[in-house]
Design a protein around this ligand. Sequence first.
Ligand code: NAD
Ligand code: WQD
Length: 335
Amino acid sequence: MSILLTGGLGYIGSHTAVELLEDGREIVIIDNLSNSNIEVKDKIEKIVTDKYAKNMKVVVGDVRDEKLLEQIFSENDITAVVHFAGLKAVGESVEKPLEYYDNNINSTTSLLKVMKKFGVKNFVFSSSATVYGRAKSMPIYEDFEIGATNPYGRTKLFIEQILQDIYVSDKTYNIAILRYFNPIGAHDSGLIGEDPNGIPNNLLPYVAKVATGKLEVLSVFGDDYDTKDGTGVRDYIHVVDLAKGHLSALKKLEENCGLKIYNLGTGVGYSVLDIVEAYNKVCGGKVKYKFAPRRPGDIDVCYANADKAFKEMGWKAERDLENMCMTSWKFENNK
Ligand code: NAD
Ligand code: WQD
């Protein structure tokens, strides 16, 4: 019995691979390396040691390639799929919407078609807090209205809708839609973490590069939001906590739970300046910053209510901001 992880060599997928292997599961990863590196395979093997490393197969290829998927499903006893593969940069999605619709939507429909052919009905999907758009109040609950503000977010919305339609057509599916808040941090080993190509768009990878001197100064986008210090507030969650959330979701699917939607966040909001302060504590004050205009499309505050995931799956985030910054810093120095 194997679990297929699409995009399993990426940031969240690789941490989830470690958690599943250490739980004694067999996994197959498919990744086209468009935003990852084959060396991540060796790093996962090193973390989990030989005892579990033998339970992982890696296929380099595209999830839109249905022939390849059919080969994977016929050669392995796949019982569930965790679908991470996708493009995820909001700004890029505005410039290249077709690439986002093609990659994110078509990979999902290809996967679902092949799953149907092989009678596999357990599916975990990487959705995002971005589907809440500008929520009317905080914290955000799963039953809040959803609506996207950019092509990336719309791919997540459409896929959520596709999954709802599939479930309506066949109630024997078990589907977990996981809406991640802001994943940061790295594995304790310092071997895997977030390693974007070029200049990072997201806060933590940018902060990490300023701390190592690869970038000069962090621009803090906006100092006049309606928050405690005027800077944007987000629900940052440790990537290892998030990875464990996938194991909990897979266990939930094994109970034949039907379609479920869960927020995966901590329920706590931190400002950009909180992050700078916490990072400076672990790196020795190397993060210089300056204030810059607001980034178009940004919202002031976003944090989850994650009680449903705790009540129904027994999952909650355990790690604090210091650990998120410490592991990120360890990974950054290990690269
Ligand atoms: P990532 O880019 O590190 O990982 C995605 C992986 O998928 C990469 O290894 C990439 O090479 C692979 N991939 C992309 N398209 C593919 C395709 N067509 N076929 C095969 N492989 C393909 O991103 P991540 O941060 O690990 O995110 C994983 C998922 O979680 C994505 O769907 C993303 O939209 C979602 N998500 C991420 C965040 C975040 O802030 N990181 C937040 C919410 C949701
Ligand atoms: C966080 C805060 C910025 C960079 C994005 C996607 C979302 C999800 C997670 C995938 C904000 C501020 C940032 C910088 C800054 N991804 N900032 N200087 O925008 O909350 O969410 O990633 O689903 O869909 O939109 O994350 O890390 O970009 O920004 O001041 O150089 O840091 O303004 O307040 P965001 P982020």
